[in-house]
Design a protein around this ligand. Structure first.
Ligand SMILES: [Zn+2]
Length: 451
C-alpha cells in the first residue's frame, strides 16, 4: 500500500518550468501552507520522499528521500487510490501562473515525457512571492487555468502518475521568488522557518489548516424581509477561512462570501440559505474576522441542502453572515432574512410603529408579540376597534374577545368595543416589552438594498 512512489530524475531535470516573471510587488509576510489535499482524502496520504538536503538526507536528517529530489512526495493509496480519486488542492491562496494537462497518467518508469517531467501540473504564485507546484496529476483533472485566482484549499486536480513518476503520488514543490527550490519543512537538516501552518511530525503529514490572510469579504447588506442572490465564487470572494471555531466541526476551503445583517429591533430572525447547487454552509459571525472567535451559530447540512439559522438578534447589532463552500464547493445561492417583527414599509395605514408596542396589557401576547407569522387579517390591520376579523387573528387571546392591540396608535382605548382594556397598567408593563413591532406585509419580497 505505502509504495514509495516517486518522481525519478525530477530533481535534476526540471529546474526551468513555469518561469513566469515573479510578482513585481514583494509582500513582506510569508504565506504558510496547508497540506495540499482535501479533508476527505487526507487520511489516504503519507510521505514517500522529502526534498534531498544533500547526501540523500531529508530535513530531519533521515533517509526519506532520494538523490537530488527537489520536492516532497506524498502517496495516496497507489493505483486504487488514484482510481478512486484523490484531491489535490492549493496549499495557500495565490494565482495560477502555469498549468499543463493531457499527459498520460499511468507512468511507472519514472521517465514518461510531457510537462517537462512534471506531467500534468499546476503552479501557483503566492502573495509572498514564493510558488508551489503540484505535479504528476491525473489526465484531464487539472481544474484551473493560468491567471486564475485560487483560494487556499481550492481544488486543482487529482493525484496521478504522469510525467517522471513511478506510481501515483503528488510531488509538492516550493520555489522561492527567484525560482530556487526550497524545503517547506524545518528540522535539524533544514533551515527554518517551516512553510507549513502545522508541519506535523516526521514521516507524518502537515495539517490542513490554511493560514488566514485577511477578513472575509462582505459583499452585500441584508435587512429584514430582503434576500440577496450571490455566488460564493463571485468577484471579491475569499477563501482564507478554514475554521469557524466551535460552530462547525468541518474544515472549509472556500470560496466564501459574507453579507452584513442588522435590524433595528431586538427580535427573532431566521436566515435562510437556499437555491444551492453544491454544499455551502452558513455561519453567523460577530465580525468579518471570520477566524472562529466570534461565531454565534452555524448551519452545516450536507450536500446542497438548504441551510437556516434561527436566532434572536440584538437591536442595532451588526452581524456578518458568511457562506462558505465545503471542500471548495461553489454555487449560486439566495440568502434571506425573515424577522419576527415583520417587514418595514408597506401596508398598515396609520401603523407608525414608532412607539413601543405596549400590547402587554390588553393583548395577552407573551413578551415578543406572536406576530411572527404574517398577520393574516384581510384588511389593513387598523386595530382601532376590536380585532374581530373574519380571518383568524394571531393573537393568543380568543378571537372576538381580543382587545385592541394598538392602543398607542389611538391614544387609548376609550372606544374599544369590549371596554375591557384599561390603559392603566401600560406604563408599568411597557418596559417589559422592549420590542418594537412591524406588521403588515405578508410575504418576503426579494430585493437588495431597500432596507
Ligand atoms: Zn517528487
Amino acid at each position: 500500500m505505502n509504495a514509495a512512489w516517486k518522481d525519478a530524475a525530477l530533481g535534476a531535470a526540471l529546474s526551468g518550468i513555469g518561469l513566469c516573471a515573479a510578482l513585481a510587488a514583494g509582500p513582506a509576510r510569508a504565506q504558510d501552507y496547508r497540506f495540499p489535499t482535501s479533508g476527505e482524502d487526507y487520511g489516504h496520504f503519507y510521505p514517500t520522499a522529502y526534498l534531498d538536503q544533500g547526501g540523500t538526507t531529508d530535513w530531519n536528517c533521515g533517509g526519506i528521500t532520494y538523490s537530488g529530489h527537489g520536492g516532497s512526495d506524498f502517496g495516496g493509496g497507489s493505483w486504487t487510490g488514484m482510481d478512486e480519486g484523490r484531491d489535490i488542492v492549493a496549499a495557500a491562496a495565490g494565482t495560477v501562473i502555469d498549468a499543463h494537462d493531457g499527459e498520460d497518467d499511468r507512468c511507472t518508469t519514472g521517465d514518461c515525457p510531457g510537462g517537462g517531467g512534471y506531467g500534468n501540473y499546476v503552479k501557483i504564485r503566492h502573495a509572498d512571492g514564493k510558488a508551489t507546484i503540484y505535479a504528476h496529476l491525473k489526465t484531464w483533472s487539472v481544474a484551473v487555468s493560468v491567471g486564475q485566482e485560487v483560494g487556499c484549499g481550492q481544488g486543482l486536480g487529482q493525484m496521478g502518475s504522469s510525467g517522471y513518476s513511478t506510481g501515483p503520488h503528488v510531488h509538492f514543490e516550493v520555489r522561492t521568488a527567484s525560482e530556487s527550490r526550497t524545503d517547506p519543512f524545518d528540522g535539524p537538516c533544514s533551515s527554518p522557518p517551516t512553510y507549513w501552518v502545522d508541519q506535523g511530525v516526521y514521516d507524518g503529514l502537515p495539517g490542513l489548516v490554511c493560514e488566514d490572510v485577511g477578513p472575509c469579504a462582505v459583499l452585500a447588506r441584508l435587512r429584514c424581509g430582503e434576500s440577496v442572490s450571490l455566488s460564493n465564487d463571485a468577484g471579491g470572494a475569499t477563501s482564507s477561512h478554514l475554521s469557524y471555531g466551535g460552530c462547525s466541526e468541518y474544515v472549509y476551503s472556500g470560496p466564501e462570501v459574507a453579507v452584513e445583517f442588522a435590524t433595528e429591533l431586538g427580535e427573532a430572525v431566521t436566515l435562510r440559505l437556499s437555491g444551492l447547487g453544491a454544499d455551502l454552509d452558513l455561519f453567523l459571525l460577530a465580525s468579518e474576522a471570520c477566524d472562529g472567535t466570534g461565531c454565534h451559530a452555524a448551519s452545516t447540512e450536507p450536500y446542497g441542502t438548504d441551510e437556516a439559522i434561527a436566532f434572536t438578534a440584538a437591536a442595532g447589532q451588526r452581524y456578518v453572515v458568511a457562506v462558505d463552500g465545503w471542500e471548495g464547493a461553489t454555487s449560486a445561492f439566495s440568502l434571506s432574512a425573515e424577522c419576527a417583527g415583520g417587514w418595514p414599509g408597506e401596508g398598515d395605514p396609520g401603523d407608525d410603529d414608532t412607539a413601543p408596542d405596549d400590547d402587554a396589557a390588553p393583548d395577552d401576547d407573551a413578551a415578543p408579540d406572536d406576530d411572527a407569522a404574517p398577520d393574516d387579517d384581510a384588511a389593513p390591520d387598523d386595530d382601532a376597534a376590536t380585532d374581530d376579523d373574519a380571518t383568524s387573528d394571531d393573537d393568543a387571546a380568543p378571537e372576538g374577545e381580543d382587545p385592541p392591540d394598538r392602543v398607542e396608535d389611538f391614544g387609548g382605548c376609550s372606544g374599544c368595543a369590549t371596554g375591557s382594556a384599561s390603559p392603566g397598567p401600560l406604563p408599568t408593563l411597557a418596559p417589559l416589552v422592549p420590542l418594537l413591532r412591524r406588521r403588515g406585509r405578508p410575504r418576503v419580497v426579494a430585493g437588495v438594498g431597500s432596507g
